[in-house]
Ligand binder design. Structure first.
Ligand SMILES: Cc1ncc(COP(=O)(O)O)c(C=O)c1O
Ligand SMILES: [Zn+2]
Length: 407
């Protein structure tokens, strides 16, 4: 058996094919490239039962990942994050089977570790020594740290307003870190120029085909953790859209392998009201989005005014009879508190948005009471300490607490 069943790269727009053994970025037509596997052969050689007892990380699915040689794997133990039942939240929003896939429990504290682990590993295999990328913070933090572990130099450009901890994570790894007084789209232009001038490997979202393969493992894990019975709905906080594209790709591959049956879950792209290009495109029935001017939201990771893979996100929504929902900042910040007080879960703002979306879709009857619903929390709340304001009574030495504060 081979370590990976990768066969080639293909363009979802013009069907051109490319080799996975050379460094490839975008298709000549400008579209992102996707990875194809020899699923027919894999289906003959591997069954889902063979996964039992394997390493508890995303590398348990190595046949469905692009790295050809195990010695190139760069890992910090990422993956197999908890899928947790949320009974109190479920009762509160009248969803009997509400689950949270908690990506806070992963190296670097966000799901970006998945894309970084697989992307950096494949870059190492291809002989990349220096990579560059624009980021909203979390991806840059993860790629800096994984690149350091893989012996690859990184150049990262992030908005000055990105969560401060991500700046520190990136800097401490020895990355060449720059801040830009603008958005991720502005960081992207600077990186593109530097890539062209200095010949760096461009690790921007979807400009290399392998990050998506790492994020795909969220879908593989949900399927395996649910004993290969798929949920009815999966809600995902969508910025660049790599996660939702990846989950759709994973579930499609599992269907082709015959490891899951029936309808795919309805995929819901959750965005912020202050940056909702995918929601607008979906509402208008379009296959691509338009640049969202003056975008703004506290859910920083989903502040992406125009995603390169928008047409793939929209395809995933249309193909699964899903939908797209925009959430106001006040509502997601309030939901963050509800989650912490009802379930003890301190989720990131992006993750909180998926729960507001579930609540709204349930109220509208789009989600039925007995349906199995999985909300993705893409990162841990403690990476965004500034989204919470607290007022705490201060005691002097020797003071006593007279009565319970909550009474
Ligand atoms: C915490 C968090 N959630 C969601 C996203 C959106 O990710 P995607 O590119 O998969 O849409 C990001 C991206 O930065 C993020 O940091
Ligand atoms: Zn093409």
């Amino acid at each position: 058996m081979k370590y990976s069943y990768i066969s080639h790269l293909y363009c979802p727009k013009c069907s051109n094919t490319f080799s996975h053994e050379q460094k490839n970025q975008l298709c000549t037509c400008g579209s992102p490239l996707l990875v194809e596997y020899d699923l027919e052969q894999l289906g003959k050689e591997l069954s889902k039962e063979d996964l039992v007892g394997r390493v508890s990380s995303l590398w348990r699915y190595h046949e469905l990942l692009p790295v050809g040689d195990e010695s190139d794997v760069v890992t910090l133990g990422e993956g197999m994050t908890p899928l947790i039942k949320m009974p109190a939240m479920g009762e509160d929003m009248k969803i009997a089977n509400l689950w949270m896939k908690d990506e806070g429990i992963i190296p670097t504290g966000t799901f970006k570790a998945r894309g970084a682990a697989v992307g950096v590993s494949k870059a190492k295999e291809l002989g990349v020594t220096e990579l560059a990328m624009p980021t909203n913070g979390n991806a840059g933090a993860a790629w800096s740290l994984y690149a350091a572990r893989g012996g690859i130099q990184s150049t990262i450009v992030m908005p000055i307003d990105a969560p401060k901890i991500t700046r520190n994570e990136s800097a401490i790894s020895g990355s060449n870190l720059y801040l830009v007084d603008g958005l991720i789209s502005d960081a992207g232009k600077i990186v593109a120029q530097s890539v062209a001038e200095h010949g760096l490997f461009d690790a921007s979202t979807l400009k290399e085909p392998y990050r998506i393969e790492g994020k795909k493992t969220m879908g593989l894990e949900i399927a395996e953790q649910m004993d290969w019975k798929l949920p009815d709905v999966i809600l995902y906080p969508t910025g660049g859209g790599v996660g939702i594209i990846g989950i759709y790709k994973a579930l499609t591959e599992l269907k082709k392998l015959g490891w899951v049956e029936g309808e795919l879950p309805r995929l819901v792209a959750v965005q912020a009201e202050g940056c909702a290009p995918i929601v607008k495109a979906w509402e208008e029935g379009r296959s691509e989005s338009e640049f969202w001017n003056d975008s703004e939201t506290v859910a920083f990771g989903i502040n992406v005014p125009k995603a390169l893979g928008d047409f793939l996100v929209l395809e995933a929504i249309y193909q699964t009879n899903g939908c797209a929902v925009a959430i106001e900042d006040e509502a997601l910040l309030a939901e963050q508190k509800t989650l912490a007080s009802l379930e003890g879960a301190f989720v990131c703002p992006e993750g909180a948005a998926t729960f507001v979306a579930a609540r709204r879709l349930r109220e509208q009857g789009w989600i039925k009471e007995q349906e199995i619903v999985v909300a993705l929390n893409t990162g841990m709340g403690i990476k965004y300490p500034d989204t919470i304001t607290v007022e705490v009574p201060i005691l002097q030495k020797g003071d006593t607490i007279k009565k319970s504060i909550k009474s």
